[in-house]
Each structure stands twice: as C-alpha cells, then as structure tokens.
Design a protein around this ligand. Sequence first.
Ligand SMILES: Cc1cc2nc3c(=O)[nH]c(=O)nc-3n(C[C@H](O)[C@H](O)[C@H](O)COP(=O)(O)O)c2cc1C
Length: 273
Amino acid sequence: MGLISIDASKCKRDGYCVRDCPTAIIELPAEGLPEIAPDREGSCLECGHCVAVCPFGALSHARIPMGECPPIAKELRISDDQAAQFLRSRRSVRHFTDRPVEKEKIRRLIDLARYAPTGGNSQMVEWIVLDDKSRIREIAALTVDWLREIVRNPQVVAASPYLPLTVATWDAGMDSVLRGAPVLITATAPGEAMNGTVDLAIALAYLDLFATTLNLGTCWAGLLQGAILNSPAVKAAVGIPQSHPHHYPIMAGYPELRYYRLPERKAPKITFA
Ligand SMILES: Cc1cc2nc3c(=O)[nH]c(=O)nc-3n(C[C@H](O)[C@H](O)[C@H](O)COP(=O)(O)O)c2cc1C
C-alpha cells in the first residue's frame, strides 16, 4: 500500500490535496485518483495537510491515522476579541502558591505544545520537567553562583544593572532567579534540528499561553538560560544532554496573584517595504 490511499466513493478530484502539499509530491492523473509516486514518498513531511484539507475525508495517510485526525469543531472557534484578550492577558507569573502542579496537567501542557509548528515539521523538541522544589532551588543557587562571578565584570553590570540586585535579593532570602516556582520545564532540541532554537521557542510560547487556560502561570527563565549557556554545572543540574545545544527553561506553577487590566505596549515599528 502507498503512503496515501483514496476512497474513490468520496473523492471529488477537486485537487485540494495536490495544491496544498508543501513538497508537491501528490499528483492528480488526467483520469483516476490522487497519488504519490513511490520514489517521492521519502519527501513527505508527514504534516497532515493532505488529510486536513480534504473536505470529504477521502484521503488517508498511512502514517497519520484518520482516527487521530478529529474534525475541526466550528462551535469552538473563538472571536478576534476573545483571541485578543486571551493573548493580551497572559502575564509573566513570579509569585506561585505552594500547591504542587499535577503531573497530568504538565503532560497536558506539553501535549498541546506538540502542535506548534517546527521547521520542516521535524518535531524534535523534547522536554525536561523538574517538579521537586528543592532541586529547583539548588538550580537557582547554582545560577546565583554564576551571577556572582559575572557581576565582577563592570561591563556586564553596565549592560544589565539589575544583576547585582538579583544576587543581593538572593542573599536577603528571596529567589528572583526561579521565583520559588514548583515546576521548571525546559524545552530542548538536538543539534540535528536545523531550526531548533526557534522551534522550541514557539513550542514554549504555545505552552505558555495554554497554561493560562489550565489556571497555571509561567515565566520564561532568562537568567537560568544565561547560566545554562555559560556554566556546565548549571547545565548538568537541569539535565540537558550535550547532544541538545538548543534549550530554554520556563517556570510554572499556580499563580498567587491575579491581573485585572491590560497595560499598553510600545507602538509597533512597521515598515511596508
Ligand atoms: C526570553 C525571555 C526571558 C525572560 N526571562 C525572565 C527572567 O529570567 N526572570 C523574570 O522574572 N522574567 C523573565 N522574563 C519575563 C519578561 O520580563 C516579561 O515577559 C516582560 O516584562 C513582559 O511582561 P509580561 O510577560 O507579564 O507581559 C522573560 C521573558 C522572555 C520572553
């Protein structure tokens, strides 16, 4: 059996699958049904566009079972106003309650992040989850050790004047590195992932946004990312394998505070060139 099979009783020969295939491997013969020549099957991205774009459910793909392709539910569409408020109301959460996050919820978050686009549909983003607060605190402490070193350099302090303050607040008993978060999620991608850093950043953005719908809050952990990039001890503590040069961590937990307004951002600079 070929990569795609067509139900002749449903196919209208409208050619949508042919037009929408990103690698243009589907052909519509003058007579007959859409097909992929066997020598072109290796160029399939397995993106599922051919299955999704057929209005009649006529096309099945050997590696994308129809049972795993539910129809898009029109009644779940959200309006532009709903989408705008949803996107604008996401905030970085820096105060978490003591409530542990259920592993099932973390799995749901990551499961949704799988639907983020990846270059060439490579889907190589992987996840490291730490949900032991004491281990997360150790990672914050290692990050502060690294910060203590780098704030000795006046150029670093000139560029990031808040860094000495981060060390001082840690010494005063406050964790402004990982904010006492109960969960640390790190997205990683292996060296072979050509767009690895972008892929995982988009996946994290999906996770970040979806978290709000599960009543969770998140905060991108930029300070920790700096430490991972520069301190082997921090990188090892987070558990990032050497084979995965792409990575970014994000904190997560149940938020302690709520937000009631939508502050304005800078006006965009747009050039229609
Ligand atoms: C890549 C990235 C790294 C960040 N790193 C940190 C961080 O280390 N600590 C922190 O408290 N906030 C961090 N943030 C949060 C930003 O400060 C925050 O997104 C920005 O102030 C806008 O606020 P909002 O996210 O609530 O809209 C980071 C955000 C991004 C996108």
